[in-house]
Design a protein around this ligand. Structure first.
Ligand SMILES: [Cu+2]
Length: 291
């Protein structure tokens, strides 16, 4: 076992880009036009920067790694309410051959909107979620669809400037507190239309806690359901006066001996190029960093 650990350590030191596979929101497709980082899509700390946010209560949860994620894109992209937007996830490049995200990183996909320029305060309402259904996780469906997630902008929302927030929550390490791996990216939109709805929102960070049943979840147990974190999805023309909350009970699980051990060790992030200070602190503080 000790020599295996040593080999695994050497493997990830020597081949840092090949032995793990996170994901990032690389581009969006609006009316057939593809927009990449910096062009309506909020930038990452570096191109193809794919590290998960270590704490679900971190300010980085709003739009991704700070300070990059707080920098405005060069412009806002126009889109009409009721139309669809394609959100493209990638692992390490925008090449069509890219593997999107490791198949081990099972979990839900979520999309929020906020009628806001900075995403601060209780402004976020959810417009899409897919967790575990029909025996498949959203991440598996996403990989099968080459990383493209297409969602519809609610037809009844008031026109204005919005942030769209895409999120993938990988659960392969979520059997321990703060082991969950969220990936977040934002897109700046100017939504047009004649709607008047201003759906009630939640704050992000604020809407999640590390002990939410969807954040502290054992993939290696037998389960039949999964509770996606955050509020219920806003449906056009439903206009709830407050965001609907979800049940907080844990799904019943029957522990078994997992036939597939967690592969966390090989997924340990290496030292990234020019990491932000908060990531450095996390690397120096391994218990904070999910594997
Ligand atoms: Cu990962």
């Amino acid at each position: 076992m000790r020599s295996f650990l040593l080999l695994a350590f050497i493997a990830f030191v020597c081949f840092p880009q090949s032995v793990f596979s996170h994901t990032y929101l690389s581009s969006v497709v609006i009316n057939g036009e593809k927009l990449v980082e910096g062009d309506c899509v909020r930038p990452h700390p570096a191109l193809a920067y794919d590290y998960p946010i270590p704490l679900v209560t971190s300010p980085d949860m709003t739009c991704g790694w700070l300070p990059s994620a707080a920098q405005p894109a060069n412009r806002k992209c126009g889109i009409s309410a009721g139309s669809s937007i394609g959100i493209q996830w990638h692992h390490s490049s925008t090449d069509p051959s890219d593997d999107i995200i490791a198949a081990t990183h099972l979990g839900p996909c979520l999309v929020y909107l906020a009628r806001s320029d900075d995403g601060a305060g209780p402004v976020w309402f959810k417009i899409f979620e897919q967790g575990f259904s029909n025996g498949a996780w959203c991440v598996s469906n996403l990989i099968a669809n080459k990383g493209l997630l297409t969602v519809t902008i609610p037809s009844d929302i008031a026109p204005g400037n919005y942030l769209l927030r895409g999120e993938i929550i990988a659960l392969h390490g979520a059997n321990v507190l703060n082991g969950v791996q969220p990936y977040v990216g934002c897109v700046e939109l100017t939504i047009s239309g004649s709607g008047t709805a201003k759906p009630a929102g939640v704050a992000i960070p604020g809407a999640y806690s590390a002990s939410d049943p969807g954040m502290l979840f054992n993939l290696y147990n037998v389960f039949t359901s999964y509770i996606i974190p955050g509020p219920a999805v806003y449906k056009a023309n439903s206009s709830p006066s407050s965001p609907t909350t979800k049940p907080t009970v844990k799904p019943t699980t029957a522990p078994v001996n997992p036939t597939t051990p967690p592969v966390n060790l090989l997924l340990l992030p290496p030292t990234p190029p020019a990491p932000p200070l908060n990531l450095l602190l996390l690397l120096l503080n391994p218990p904070q960093l999910p594997l």
